[in-house]
Design a protein around this ligand. Structure first.
Ligand SMILES: Nc1ncnc2c1ncn2[C@@H]1O[C@H](COP(=O)(O)OP(=O)(O)OP(=O)(O)O)[C@@H](O)[C@H]1O
Length: 251
């Protein structure tokens, strides 16, 4: 893929399950090297949007661009080779170890021999999983499973990462390891789109965030660089106050 600034662009994307409309005309752009957070309540449409961006579901209406080219102009397989997707659920071989899991997925991506072993080991190192790499996944903590899940999505070094709540319900160390990896990847020019409920995480990790409500983008938050995580000049407390306290007072 090219080096154009726009890594992903969605234009008026609609999606529905049966008669229920879940995405109602979503438009946004994620720039190359950016970490874009997707915030929203349960059922807002985050997972649906992410799986459409990862090409696993097809939008009912609307246009998607990847590096300024329409999705339809790519061979789907070629496009998927450059996308890493982490679903909300753990999608691993539970009887196998992190090392074996990563090896299986690396093989599927065509890696062999020393290249394969080096790639698997460096990915395990990045995710701080070396000590656990030979234990069956089913015996690992939730956070270690999530780190392994992320490793699977990173093994082919995709330039676009789409992560569905990668840090939900995990311990501090796992969260730190995952967020450190995401920051490192973005510095290397990889684009990351990830959903979360953790507002404080968005403040410190993301460059921008979209707030999705009932299938539409309700707000876009830019997080100013060098401002130690301030939303558009507002402090976290002010954002919370605006969202939760003032709304409640209006009721
Ligand atoms: N396979 C499906 N069939 C029917 N309805 C679905 C399906 N998947 C999701 N939905 C519905 O679509 C809406 C949006 O769901 P989605 O999973 O995209 O939301 P979400 O923002 O990711 O929520 P969460 O934070 O709970 O993961 C919900 O009302 C959900 O019930």
């Amino acid at each position: 893929m090219g080096d154009a600034m726009g890594a992903v662009k969605a234009q008026e994307v609609y999606y529905g399950y049966g008669k229920e409309e879940v995405l109602k005309g979503i438009s946004f752009e994620a720039n190359k090297g950016e970490i874009l957070g997707i915030l929203g309540d349960n059922g807002a449409g985050k997972s649906t949007l992410l799986s459409i961006l990862a090409t696993l579901q097809e939008a009912k209406k609307g246009t998607l661009y990847y590096y300024d080219q329409r999705k339809e102009d790519y061979a789907l397989q070629r496009l998927r080779e450059d996308i890493g997707y982490v679903p909300q659920e753990i999608a691993l071989y539970l009887e196998e170890t992190p090392y074996q899991n990563l090896k299986i997925f690396a093989r599927l991506q065509g890696l062999k021999g020393k290249n394969l072993r080096d790639r698997v080991l460096s990915t395990l190192q990045d995710l701080d999983l070396v000590e656990e790499m030979d234990k069956p996944v089913k015996t690992l903590s939730g956070g270690m499973k999530r780190r392994t899940n992320l490793g699977v999505a990173l093994i082919h070094r995709p330039s676009l990462l789409i992560l569905d709540e990668p840090t939900v319900g995990i311990d501090f160390n796992s969260r730190k390891a995952i967020l450190k990896v995401l920051r490192g990847l973005s510095k290397k020019g990889r684009t990351i789109i990830y959903s979360t409920h953790a507002l404080e995480e968005v403040q410190y990790v993301c460059d921008r965030a979209l707030v999705i409500e009932q299938g539409t983008i309700q707000q876009e938050l830019s997080i100013n660089e060098g401002n130690d995580g301030i939303f558009e000049g507002k402090s976290m407390e002010e954002v919370f106050k605006k969202w939760f306290v003032e709304e409640k007072e209006e009721e």
